[in-house]
Structures are given as C-alpha cells and as structure tokens.
Design a protein around this ligand. Structure first.
Ligand code: ZN
Length: 508
C-alpha cells in the first residue's frame, strides 16, 4: 500500500465516474434518446468530459505520478498500482497537450455529429455531413500535431499518434507491413475464390423472417454463447455496438432486418464476444484505469473469434441448428445444415463492411486505412472522400459503391472522431486466427463446440486474456498465450485452408 497512491486515487475514482456517465449517455443516444435532445445533451457531454479531464490531468496528479514513477516509490507499489500509474501517465500524455477549451468544443462537436451523419446517410447525401466531418478532421490533425510537439519523436507520422489511442505498439510501419501481406497473399487468393464462388454460392431462402422471432432467437443465442444477463443489457440501435460502464454493466445492441436473418445472428455473436471480454475482467481492477479491454484490436479479436471462427463453423451449429429451424420452420425446413454452413460462409465482394464475408472483410478495412492516412497527411481533403473511396473499392474489391449511403457514409466511426480505429478490425481478425491456432493445439475445441459446451473456451480466454484488462498489452498477452508476438501468417493460413476446403473441393 502506498500512501502517495492513495492520495491520487480519489481523482481516478471521480474520472472513472464521469467516464461511466459519458458511456451511459452515449448508449442512450444510440439506443433510445429522442433526436431533438442531442443538441442539448451535447452540452452535458461537454461538461462531463471536462470533469473527466480535470480529474485525470491536473498539477497535483502530475506531481504525484512523477514521484510514484521514480524507482524507489514504484517498487513499493502493488503490480495493479504499477499498471495504473503507467496507464495514467499514458492518459496524461494523450490529453495534456490539448487545450481544455478545444477539447470541450471537440467533444460537443462529435456529440452532435452522429445525428448529422445519420441524416446525411438517410438522405444519401455526403454534402450534408461533409462540413461537420471537415471540422472533426481539422481537430484531429490539430490535436495530433499538439501531441507530436509535446512528444520527443519529431519524425513520427500524425497517423501513428492516432493509432496509439487504439492499438499501442502498432505503428503505421507495422500496419503497412500487415496490409502489404494481405495485398500480396490474400488479394490474388480472394480473386480466385470469388470466381469459383459465383458458381457455387448458396444463399438462405429469400423470405421474411419475423423480427420478433429474430429478437427472441438472438437473445437465446447471446446466452448460449455466454452473455450474462445479470450483468448485461441487450438493446437495439441503427448500428450494432457494445459498450460498458464497468465489468458488471456491459451493454450490447443489435439491429434487425425482416429480410435478412444472418445480419442479426452474426451481429449478436460478435457483440457477445466483446461482452465476454469485459465480463471476464478481474474484479480487483473494476472501475480503475486498467479495468477495460487492453486495446481495440484485442477486443475485436474476441468478437470476431466468436463471430467467424466459432460462429460460422459447422461444429458450432450442430447442436443448435434445429432450434433455428424450429424458429423459422417455413423458411428453413428444407435447408440442411450443410447448405446453411455454405450460405453463411459464401464469398461475395460487397459494398458494406459490416455485411462483408469473412474472406473479403479485411479489404474493406484496407480501403479505410489507406484513406485515413491520406486524409491525415493532407494528401486529400474531406470533399475528395467519395471519389477516393469509390476508386479504392474498385481497385481492391472490384466493385464501385452505387451511392454514398452504401459507400463513404456507411460507417459511423468518423462522426465519433474515431480515426485510427479501423485498422483494429483487421488486426483483431488476424489476432483471432493466431489465438485459434493456439487453442487447437491445447484443447479439443471442436468437441466442445459439438457438445454445446462453450465454457472451457470462455474460461481459457478469461485466464489468458480477459482477466488482465489493460494490465498487459496485446503483444504481451499474445506472447504469453501463443509463444510469439502478433503474427499475421496464421490468419492467411486459416483463410486459405478454410476457403480452399469450402470452394476448391468438388463437393458443394
Ligand atoms: Zn466489434
């Protein structure tokens, strides 16, 4: 126990409380707040962000953190306290260079931007969102420049600074290498499979799937995968997402379409994967700076592990497919499990990232990664986005979006100011394959799935990833779990094996 640490702890408690309140407001805005409230609620969000900022970054905290970080004091701290001190210093590094009034104005701007984006998407008109997005981008460039000036590394790219917020340790250089590997090894493979898939694709029957029944099935499915309803809430929003106040209050949302059963099923598995991570965090670090998932990429590895690697496998569906058939007897009566598995794994380059198949998914992220880098380095401006976007879709996926709604306006992230976030989706997907490879070696994972016993899988992930929260970073966790740091070749190997099996063999 350190008395100095005890002196700064109340600041963290207050900061965490403000953060929890902000999370709840964000959840509310996405799920149930009335549209006319947004403008006014944005003011509350601005004020609360200030409370967070003042609690986490002030002279008293900075002075004491410096002392705590000195060798003598640091060695007296418990390992959890050490992790908090390190994380706190990171938070200060991110926030301190930004003037408070600008930070508050920016938070108010993004609190309103979601509604403007939604309106633009509804009207299918990028120009409705464009001025607001330009303002956000200007702030992002300005904040990254402040941080660059405050840091020691003069050569660092502005985009690297944004990446730090989501994926510490993964720089533009590392991501360039990762995406190059995807371009070199996956793009030609995908093109080959796409040619074959156009002849072999099988889709679920085009029919209406009653939304109330979908809702019921998805709720059951979330529980089957491991969602704990005593600590979690299921909601509905335009865009499925997950968030959490702490590890005892985790919220996930879904969206239902009457003519699309797969969308809701795989969204719920995905978001449940996120929720399991947060549920699994050790109670000793609840409501502390390290009491959350370690990075966006690691988080996404968990959601996509469940959604794709587990959730699109035949072994997963074996014990539960009959339940889905019973829920939709008219539509699925004549769809065998083999056909169902083919349908949910069909390859089809499309315009929408969230509806993308597992194989082409990372190409959607590649488009956003390259576009964001160009935007940050001022190679392009916001007005150029639709054109650049459409060209890149043509280049990598061989299709051109038919509208802004299905193109550059499809994702909400930029309206939230989340630049540098998208790479985490591809990174997480690749990490999930590395983790799966490790699990195959040490446990009969397929037997567990076939017998409907998902608990050992969850327990293993909790033991090696979840419990630590932010106490360990992505590469530390991977190294301890799999024996090596991030390695994208497992992902490429996994996709090649799976899709060769599905499409290159003679059977359907
Ligand atoms: Zn996700």
């Amino acid at each position: 126990m350190s008395t100095l640490f005890d002196e700064i702890k109340p600041y963290m408690d207050k900061g965490m409380a403000a953060k929890a309140a902000l999370t709840l407001l964000e959840w509310d805005q996405e799920t149930s707040a009335p549209p006319m409230g947004a403008e006014w609620t944005a003011k509350i969000i601005g004020e609360l962000s200030n409370v967070y900022l003042e609690s986490m970054v002030n002279d008293d905290v900075k002075k004491k953190l410096e002392k705590l970080h000195s060798e003598k004091e640091f060695s007296q701290l418990s390992s959890i306290e050490q992790a908090i001190v390190k994380e706190w210093k990171n938070v200060i590094k991110q926030l301190e260079p930004i003037p408070q009034n600008e930070y508050q104005a920016y938070t108010e701007l993004v609190a309103k931007a979601g509604n403007i984006w939604a309106k633009a998407k509804e009207k299918n008109d990028f120009s409705v969102f464009s001025p607001c997005l330009q303002e956000i981008v200007d702030y992002k460039r300005k904040f990254a420049t402040y941080r660059k000036k405050a840091g020691k590394d003069r050569k660092i790219e502005l985009y690297d600074i944004l990446l730090e917020d989501y994926e510490p340790g993964f720089t533009t250089k590392k991501l360039d290498e990762f995406f190059e590997q995807i371009k070199k090894e996956l793009v030609p493979f995908i093109q080959k499979i796409v040619k074959k898939s156009s002849k072999k694709n099988y889709c679920l029957p085009k029919a209406k799937y009653d939304i109330e029944k979908q809702r019921e099935f998805c709720k059951w499915l979330a529980g089957y995968v491991g969602f704990d309803f005593s600590k979690g809430v299921l909601g509905e929003s335009e865009h499925p997402f997950s968030t959490n106040l702490h590890n005892h209050d985790v919220r996930i949302s879904n969206h239902f379409y009457e003519d699309n059963l797969e969308s809701a099923i795989f969204s719920i598995i995905h978001e449940t994967g996120h929720a399991l991570y947060e549920f699994g965090i050790d109670n000793e670090i609840t409501m502390t700076l390290v009491g959350f998932g370690t990075s966006m990429g690691m988080h996404e590895s968990q959601s996509r592990f469940y959604e794709n690697i587990i959730g699109r496998s035949e072994k997963f569906w074996k014990p539960i497919y009959s339940k889905l058939q019973e829920t939709f007897p008219e539509q699925l009566e004549n769809v065998s499990i083999k056909d169902f598995i083919h349908a949910i794994n069909r390859v089809e380059p499309g315009m929408i990232r969230t509806e993308a198949d597992e194989l082409t998914y990372s190409l959607h992220v590649l488009v956003r990664y390259e576009t964001e880098k160009m935007l940050l380095s001022k190679k392009i401006e916001v007005k150029d986005l639709p054109k650049v976007w459409n060209e890149k879709y043509q280049e990598y996926l061989g299709i051109s979006p038919d509208s802004d709604k299905n193109g550059v306006l499809q994702d909400v992230h930029w309206a939230c100011g989340d630049f540098g976030y998208f790479p985490s989706y591809a990174l997480g997907t690749a990490i999930s394959a590395q983790i799966y490879n490790n699990m195959l070696e040490i446990m009969p994972i397929e037997e567990y799935l076939e017998s409907g016993n998902l608990l050992p899988i969850r327990d293993y992930l909790k033991e090696h990833i979840y419990q630590y929260g932010k106490r360990k970073n992505t590469n530390e966790l991977l190294k301890e779990m799999t024996g090596e740091e991030f390695n994208a070749s497992y992902y490429i190997q996994y996709l090649k094996e799976k899709y060769t099996r599905l499409y290159d063999s003679n059977e359907k």
